[in-house]
Each structure stands twice: as structure tokens, then as C-alpha cells.
Design a protein around this ligand. Structure first.
Ligand code: HEM
Length: 463
């Protein structure tokens, strides 16, 4: 194979690029894409890693070549937190069995019945705001979004109401995620049982989460099925060959995975939406005009979503600029290959950068501009949009990944996000806190570092 080695930053002896990526992975990915192009070579200690930032490469790795590029076992990374649930399961037969069992709950038709639960959670949040905040009060928008999406995922998937204890679970999941994300970027990982401060914090967070989930499973075992939710389905599922049911350990990992993967992602997208709306008053005004016109004084329903195209556009455009999962999990190269014209050695790792693809100048006009109008058919810029859509690649927008490991919750999120956004935009708006600088940080998901403090402004006394 005579293909050249891909370009990339030099790095330091032994550790290679690990210190740089550890400091600010998200910023480094964007910088190196601009500097070196669609394929960037890194070295993390002894391991070679390539960053891929073109939709054709995403297609080659995640769709066409999915079997040659399995997920890298993450037992010492995200797997420490999530165990062997759907996200971290790298054993193909057992992943496939679990995926087939869980899929029915996530079909679009099945999800339709959940819209009411989603807006009910939105109402509880608006009521909390009404009681708790006065106009101009500082609010951590990121915390509020985490809370409402945790409420939604717990009730819709496991029929568990979110109380104060469950809110602590949200914090524990966040702490755990932060720890494993930092750990996975280290060239050298020390054993978890070593008594280091970070390790103790992680063990405590994991203990809180495990106890909570064990409680959910115990209660359901005692109460028996009948709720028709994801937990019922997982408990009833039987292996076609052996007739065996899932163990408590497997159930535990799937419950935790759905809580982990299914609330922080949508919460981050909604936080970034408020961040962007606060900087684009015309977009906010158009969003408000749409929700006021369609909804008047009621909550949105599923049937309204088709009549709220700009609201959906705001959510999509936010996911384009700030994708909650800025890259897919690392994939392994089983056999040496060529990608984008460069030699890729066997046993190396691949990172597909969703955030770089979403800003790729070959597929997006003004890639850095927040313009929800790109997603709305019709309107004054129709022709320009039509051209843009035409030249767009199928995977130029891929916030939910691609191929067999595509996000199982994509339809759920595309329903939840716009419904909550419409509900919130009808009732209130948020403004940036003067002098506070908002920095994106990648801790598995992309979130505002240290939360998102904003001021709260109810609209016409509605919140
Ligand atoms: C805006 C919201 C969301 C975004 C941006 C997002 C993004 C993603 C991405 C990019 C992947 C693929 C990762 C890879 O290939 O390495 C993924 C997988 C997954 N997501 Fe989501 N997700 C979102 C919401 C949700 C929700 C609401 C749920 C559950 C209710 C969920 C559950 C999962 C699961 C279980 C997987 C693993 C699927 C598998 O490997 O079979 N996600 N998500």
C-alpha cells in the first residue's frame, strides 16, 4: 500500500498529542480540521488515531464499512459508567439482540403516545419557574434543561417520577460522564482502585447511580409488568435460542444507558438553542411569532409539530452548530486501509467528527451562521436554500450518527426537542448574563462549561 501518511500536529515525545487533546478536545478537532483537512493523524501514547471530517468518510466507516470498523471496547472508558448497555456493547451478537428488543419502544408510532408526557413535564417546569423566579433573575438554563429531560426520560421509559433523589442521579451521571471522558483521553490510565481523589469521586457517583437503578428494577420486579414501558419490554424479552431472560445486571446497564444517553443529549441541545437565540433576536422573534400564531394559549401537541417548521428548524440548526454528540464513539480499524487517500494502519482508531462535518464549507453556505431558515421550505431565500440542499450530502447533517449504530432515540429527541422549545418560547425567554463567557466543553456530550447562567424573562406574564 503506497498511500501517504495523513498530516497532523507533531505532539510531544511519548505522549504524542494526548496532552493537547486532553486540554480541549473539541477546540483541537476544529482547529486541526481547518489546518490539515478532512483526515488528521494524531498519536495518543502508542496508539494512532485519525480524525475524519467528511461525510463520505463517515459513510465509508459507519455505514458501508461498519463490520470492518467496530466500536472500540470502552470497558476502561464510558463502559466504566454504563457497563454493557446498547451504547458501549462491543460484542456484535449480544448488541444486536438487545437492539432488536429495544427498538419497538422507539418506533415513531409508539412514541406518538409519549407527547403528552413530554409537555406535562414541560408544564411542571414552567410552573416551577413561575413560583421560583422573578423577571431578571439569574437561572442556570443548562441545569433546568437537564432536569426536564431527566423527568421525561424517567417517566416515559421507566414510569418513574422524578423526585429530589432522581435529580441527584442526574448530577451523579454528569459527574461520572465527566470523569470517564477525561480518563478516555489520557495516554496513561491508572487502575480505578488506586486511592486518587478523582477515582473516589467517580466511585461515589457510580454508587449513587447503581443504588437508584437497582431500586427501579426491584420495585418493578415486585409490582410486576403492566405499564407497557421500556422496562416491561426488557424484562419480558426472551432469547430466541435459549429462552433466557435478561439478568438484573443486563437490565441495569440498559436502564442506565437510556437514562445517560437519553437526557443529557437533548438537554444540551436545548441549552445551546437558548444560547443561540439570545444572540439572534430576529430568530427569537420569528420563533415566538410562529408559536404564538399556532398555539395561542395552549400546549403544543404532536399534531402541531408539522405546523411549527421554524421551531423544528431552530432545533435542527442548533444540532448542526452544537451537536450534542460532537463525535461518534471511536471505531477500530481491523485491517489496514486507505481513507481519503491516506494510509490507515491496522489496529489504529478512527474518530468521525460530527461537529466538523456540520461546518464543512463544501456542504454548507456560511457554515458558522445560525440560520434556522435553512431548514424551512419556502420563504424569500427559497432558491438559495434549494441550491444548498441540493449540494448537501446525505450525511452532511448527522447529529444522530449513521449506520447500524444510529441513535435509537433520534425520533424521540426530534419530538421532545421542538415540543419543549415551543412550550418554553411561548412562556419565557432568556438573556445572556453580561460579562459571562460561554465556552463549549466536550465531556462525551458537548455542553457549556460550568453551566449556562442566563436571566429569565417571562413573556406577558405567562410563566
Ligand atoms: C439530541 C439528542 C440526541 C443526540 C444528538 C444523540 C446522538 C447520538 C449519536 C451520535 C449516537 C451514535 C454514537 C456512535 O455511533 O458511536 C447515539 C447512539 C445512541 N443514542 Fe442517542 N442521541 C440523542 C438522543 C437520544 C435519546 C433521547 C435516547 C434514548 C431515549 C438516545 C439513546 C441512544 C442509544 C441507546 C444509542 C446507542 C445505539 C446503539 O449503539 O445501538 N439518544 N446517539
Amino acid at each position: 500500500m503506497t498511500a501517504p501518511v495523513a498530516p497532523g500536529p507533531r505532539g510531544v515525545p511519548l505522549l504524542g498529542n494526548a496532552p493537547d487533546l486532553q486540554r480541549n478536545m473539541y477546540g483541537a478537532m476544529a482547529r486541526d480540521f481547518r489546518r490539515y483537512g478532512d483526515v488528521v493523524r494524531y498519536r495518543l501514547g502508542p496508539r494512532v488515531v485519525h480524525l475524519l471530517s467528511h461525510p463520505d468518510l463517515a459513510q465509508q466507516v459507519l455505514v458501508k464499512g461498519a463490520a470492518q470498523h467496530p466500536k472500540i471496547p470502552s470497558g476502561d472508558g464510558l463502559g466504566l459508567l454504563l457497563g454493557r448497555g446498547l451504547v458501549t456493547n462491543d460484542d456484535h451478537p449480544s448488541w444486536l439482540r438487545q437492539r432488536r428488543m429495544m427498538q419497538p419502544v422507539f418506533h415513531r408510532q409508539g412514541l406518538a403516545g409519549l407527547a403528552g408526557e413530554m409537555t406535562a413535564a414541560g408544564d411542571r417546569m414552567l410552573e416551577r419557574w413561575r413560583v421560583r423566579y422573578r423577571p431578571g433573575d439569574a437561572v442556570d438554563v443548562a441545569g433546568e434543561m437537564m432536569r426536564v429531560t431527566l423527568d421525561i426520560i424517567s417517566r416515559t421509559m421507566f414510569s418513574v417520577a422524578v423526585d429530589e433523589e432522581a435529580a441527584r442521579i442526574g448530577t451523579a451521571v454528569e459527574e461520572g460522564t465527566q470523569f470517564v471522558s477525561q480518563r478516555s483521553r489520557r495516554a496513561l490510565r491508572l487502575p480505578l482502585h488506586w486511592p486518587l481523589p478523582g477515582h473516589a469521586g467517580f466511585r461515589a457517583a457510580k454508587g449513587t447511580i447503581d443504588a437508584h437503578i437497582a431500586g427501579i428494577i426491584r420495585e418493578r420486579r415486585a409490582a410486576g409488568p403492566g405499564r407497557g414501558d421500556l422496562l416491561d419490554l426488557l424484562m419480558a424479552a426472551q432469547d430466541a435460542d435459549t429462552g433466557e431472560r435478561m439478568t438484573d445486571r443486563q437490565l441495569h446497564d440498559e436502564v442506565l444507558t437510556v437514562i445517560g444517553a437519553g437526557h443529557e443529549t437533548t438537554a444540551n441541545a436545548l441549552s445551546w438553542a437558548w444560547f443561540l437565540l439570545a444572540q439572534h433576536p430576529q430568530v427569537l422573534a420569528r420563533l415566538q411569532a410562529e408559536v404564538d400564531g399556532v398555539l395561542e394559549d395552549r400546549d403544543p401537541t404532536l399534531a402541531d409539530l408539522g405546523r411549527l417548521p421554524y421551531t423544528a428548524g431552530v432545533f435542527q440548526e442548533t444540532l448542526r452548530l452544537y451537536p450534542s454528540a460532537p463525535m461518534v464513539s471511536p471505531r477500530l480499524v481491523l485491517e489496514a486501509t486507505i481513507l481519503g487517500g491516506y494510509a490507515i494502519p491496522a489496529r489504529s482508531a478512527l474518530l468521525v467528527s460530527i461537529s466538523n462535518i456540520h461546518r464543512h464549507p463544501d456542504f454548507w453556505a456560511d457554515p458558522g451562521t445560525f440560520d434556522p431558515g435553512r431548514w424551512v421550505p419556502g420563504g424569500p431565500a427559497q432558491e438559495a436554500q434549494a441550491q444548498e440542499v441540493q449540494k448537501r450530502h446525505r450525511l452532511a447533517f448527522m447529529p444522530f450518527g449513521a449506520g447500524p449504530r444510529l441513535c435509537i432515540g433520534n425520533n424521540f429527541a426530534l419530538m421532545e426537542g421542538p415540543l419543549l422549545l415551543a412550550q418554553m418560547a411561548r412562556a419565557a425567554e432568556f438573556r445572556l448574563l453580561p460579562g459571562h463567557s460561554v465556552q463549549p466543553e466536550m465531556a462525551v456530550t458537548l455542553r457549556p462549561r460550568g453551566g449556562l447562567p442566563m436571566t429569565f424573562w417571562p413573556r406577558r406574564g405567562r410563566a
